[in-house]
Each structure stands twice: as C-alpha cells, then as structure tokens.
Design a protein around this ligand. Structure first.
Ligand SMILES: NC(=O)c1ccc[n+]([C@@H]2O[C@H](COP(=O)([O-])OP(=O)(O)OC[C@H]3O[C@@H](n4cnc5c(N)ncnc54)[C@H](O)[C@@H]3O)[C@@H](O)[C@H]2O)c1
Length: 371
C-alpha cells in the first residue's frame, strides 16, 4: 500500500492500493484516533467512542449501488453507525439544492460535530460533501473515498471544496482538508471509458508540469496498467503544491495548466463537455500558442499532441474566438486586467505568465481558435 502524508492546515494520509474499501472502517478508525484524544487510553474506550459516532456516507446514484454496501459493512464492523445521502450523479447536482438537502438531512438525523462525512464517489461527490463538512456546525470531519481516476489524482487531495452557482462553477466553497483519503484502485474497474479519459487528462497535466520521466512512462504503458504508480506520482506532485501554497495564492495556480481555456470550453458547451476533456483541449491550445510564440519548441508541442492522441483525448476547440474570449473574461482566475496563463516551456516545465486580458485573444488565435 502506498501511504502519502500531506502536511497542511490539517495533516492527513492518502492511502492507495487495491482492496482498501472493505478495510475502510478500520482505516478510518485509526486515522480518527488522534481526534478523539483517546489514542493513549484503553483501546476499548476508543472503540466505544466509535460506537457513538455516525458516519454520513455521501454518494451518487451510480456509485452507491456499486460500492455503498461494502463501505457500510466495513464501517459497521468497526463500530460506526451509518446513514447515507445519495443524490443523482453529474455536475448538475453540485448545486445549492443538493447541498441544502444534505445539511437538512444531517440536521434531521441529529448529526453532531463529533460525527463525520464519508464522501464515496468522484469529484462532484467529494467537492459537495467536503463543502457540507466544512460548513455544517462550523466543520465536521470528512473522509474522501475517490472512485474516479480524476478524483484519485486530483480532487480528493488538497482541500478545495465547492458547489456551483447558476452563473459559474465552484463559485461557493471553502478550503477544508479531509482527515484521510482512501483510494481503492479496484473501484476504477467500473469507470466508464470517457471518465477514465478525463482522469488521464489531469494525469498528463501533472507530467507536462513536472516530469519528463513520468511523461515517458505514460507513453510507454497505459495508465490502467500502472494505477498505483500513476496515482501516487500525481498525489506526490499535488502534495508539493498544496504544502507550499495551500490557499492558492501563487504556486498552486500552476495546477491550472490547460484550465483557463478548458473552463471556457466547459462554459461554452453549457457543461456538456467533461472537465478532463476540456482540460485536454485547453492544454493542446496553450501548447500550440506557446510553440507559435516561440515559448516552447515545436517538438514540445508535437509531443503534447502525441500523448493526448494516445489517450484518445480531444485537442480541437470548435467554439468561436469571440465566444471563448467573452468567457475567459469572466473566469474567476482573472485578477483585474491580468490573466495568469500557465505555459509549457518544455516537457516537465511550465511558467506562469501574467497576460493583459486584452492580449488573451491573440493567445486564443495562436492556440488554433478561429471565428
Ligand atoms: N476539488 C478539487 O481540487 C477539484 C479538482 C478537479 C476537479 N474538481 C471537480 O471534480 C468534478 C469532476 O469530478 P469527476 O470527473 O470525478 O466527476 P463525477 O464525480 O461527476 O464522476 C463522473 C461520473 O462517473 C461516475 N462514477 C464515479 N465513480 C465511478 C465508478 N467507480 N464506477 C462507475 N461510475 C463511476 C459518477 O457517477 C459520474 O457519473 C468537477 O465538479 C470539478 O469541478 C475538483
């Protein structure tokens, strides 16, 4: 089992292995011991404490039927009481209505600050459950059990929690770290192909950002044949960014490689293009633009296109220049008249460029976006 400790406002472990879900109860029990203040006492006292703790399992209607029972049984065997809140899958559920429903559900069941939320699912479940945990009674413990590749390598680690508003993604949220992340690679076996591709988009992003060696590994062997290695490599990269800039004021912005144009694609599509696919298109566009402007070599651009092709990810943005530009203008990452663009300079190296917002149109054009 890979165990990666993240040092942030709350320190926690990320556990990565096959077969972890049936052990989730005991893993959570061990991780929560320091919280109870009972670790140095009789283990029976700690077990009694677990017996008075309710785990609120939050999941969606695709994931819960697949893995809910295993998680519930494991928690029950470790002494926890469980209740579950299951909502319809998809980004549309990452909204105020679901969030409010979850808070009311917890209140109705008299959930206390000493109870906990266990998020079982992809990034939608993790972001929403994490935000509920951050805000319910001013904060209760939460555990991430990511079941998508994207959630395993990205959203379950780092403490960004959020819900969407009608006019923008992730517009309400909090930085709130989980107490534990349990990534059971067996759950990835049931992932639909396009969701696997989305995770690969984010994985390729980490390689372009940080490591040519990792990039080559992704080209020589599919992600699905090396899940533990790939997930732990990505988590270690993310850990570095989170530990050095937990609240996203500088360094962590680099993780937005491909996201500025990617978010615009998502918005232009009315959120029908999946996040990882939009990021792939965004990375292709910024690589074309960087190469066109002489900021990276043609070879770097070609290699980025090659790896996106290898993982059957889309590269071409079909939305028009004006439409894309309008959306970039309202992207939350614009600070005043300057946009932070993350630009690849070679494989494994990127730089943050502060670009005057009126110049973005030129970047989009260089990126192959036409009217
Ligand atoms: N917090 C962060 O740092 C962060 C980072 C990146 C993305 N995000 C957010 O994550 C969300 C996207 O996450 P996602 O791609 O995991 O989407 P998702 O949670 O919607 O999951 C994708 C689909 O896969 C299904 N699914 C999940 N696990 C499955 C499994 N094991 N087997 C079969 N089906 C399964 C889900 O029901 C859903 O239909 C977005 O809202 C994005 O904003 C957050």
């Amino acid at each position: 089992m890979e165990k990666i400790r993240v040092f942030a406002s709350t320190d926690y472990d990320v556990l990565i292995d096959s077969g972890l879900l049936p052990q989730a109860g005991e893993l959570i029990f061990s991780a929560m011991l320091p919280d109870t203040g009972l670790d140095s006492l009789d283990p029976m006292a700690a077990r009694k404490k677990a017996e008075s703790t309710t785990a609120v399992i939050v999941s969606d209607d695709n994931v819960f039927p697949l893995y809910g029972e295993t998680l519930k049984n494991s928690l029950t065997e470790s002494g926890y009481k469980t209740i579950e809140y299951v909502f319809p899958h998809g980004e549309k559920s990452k909204c105020f209505t679901t969030y409010e429903g979850l808070l009311e559900f917890m209140c109705e069941h008299r959930i206390k600050r000493s109870d906990m939320i266990v998020a079982l699912g992809g990034g939608v479940v993790g972001d929403l459950a994490g935000f509920a945990a951050a805000t319910y009674q001013r904060g209760i413990a939460f555990i991430q059990v990511p079941t998508t590749l994207l959630a395993a390598v990205d959203s379950s680690v780092g403490g960004k929690t959020a819900i969407d508003l009608k006019n923008g993604k992730n517009q309400v949220g909090a930085f709130y770290q989980p107490r534990l992340v349990i990534c059971d690679t067996d759950t990835l076996k049931t992932l639909p192909k396009e969701e696997y591709g989305c995770g690969c988009g984010e994985i390729i992003k980490y390689a372009i950002l940080e490591s040519e060696e990792f990039f080559d590994e992704l080209l020589s062997k599919p992600v699905s044949e090396q899940y533990e290695h790939v997930i732990s490599t990505c988590v270690n990269i993310k850990k570095h960014y989170v530990e050095n800039d937990e609240f996203d004021t500088g360094l962590r912005m680099k993780l937005n490689l491909g996201h500025t144009f990617g978010h615009a694609v998502e918005a232009c599509s009315g959120y029908t293009v999946l996040h990882g696919q939009a990021v792939a298109m965004g990375m292709a566009a910024i690589a074309r633009a960087a190469s066109g402007m002489g900021l990276c070599s043609k070879e770097t651009e070609v290699r980025i296109m090659e790896i996106l092709d290898r993982y059957e990810l889309p590269k071409d943005i079909t939305y028009g220049l004006e439409e894309m530009y309008d959306v970039v203008l309202v992207d939350k990452k614009n600070s005043g008249s300057v946009t932070n663009l993350i630009v690849p300079t070679s494989i494994g190296n990127c730089r943050t460029m502060k670009v005057r917002t009126e110049m973005i149109k030129g970047w989009l054009e260089e990126g192959g976006i036409v009217d």
